[in-house]
Unconditional design. Sequence first.
Length: 212
Amino acid sequence: MKTIALIGGSGMIGQRILKEALSRGHKVVAIVRDPSRISEKNPNLEVKIGDVLKPESMALALRGTDAVVNSHGPGKGDPKEVITAAHALIEGIGSIKPAPRLIVVGGAASLEIAPGQQLLDTPDFPAAWKGVASAHRDALGIYRKSPIDWTYLSPAAFIQPGTRTGKYRTGTEQLVRDAKGESRISAEDYAVAIVDEVEKPQFSRKRFTVAY
């Protein structure tokens, strides 16, 4: 059993990471600004108040954990919160001894669809998503230069609630597609991949991606 700090546990992906981790017997510390947003009840679940945008708050809330999963998203807020959170987590985790490792729920837009061409830079990339996608790409660059033990998990191009199969394929810097040329993953199987990486680290200080 590991003690996993989960930031953003009330979101679409975060809820599924929470359930997946608890189902495997791990202790989960949900770090939230509003405790009422966590409705899950489990003896292995602890809810703490913390602000992912403030390094001093993270340094306090994350002590005693083995791994931190950052599933924070700006929602309808400022996309640059993704970058602020990256800096706060790096500083906060860096002040803890021993420091927990960090696994980030990242974006897919910085994956390559051809050598040197990222999904974000294609002409058909939706304009409404460019702000947050660019912020996720910038955050990845920040993690790459950081001294902490980080892992960044980019989903497939399409991720949505679905079925948990427990199966997925992995890649690193290129978008993973199936035989039909589609790139997709259920939020449930994305959560499986997150907890798999917590249990058996394979991508320390690296980005990886999962899809069917």
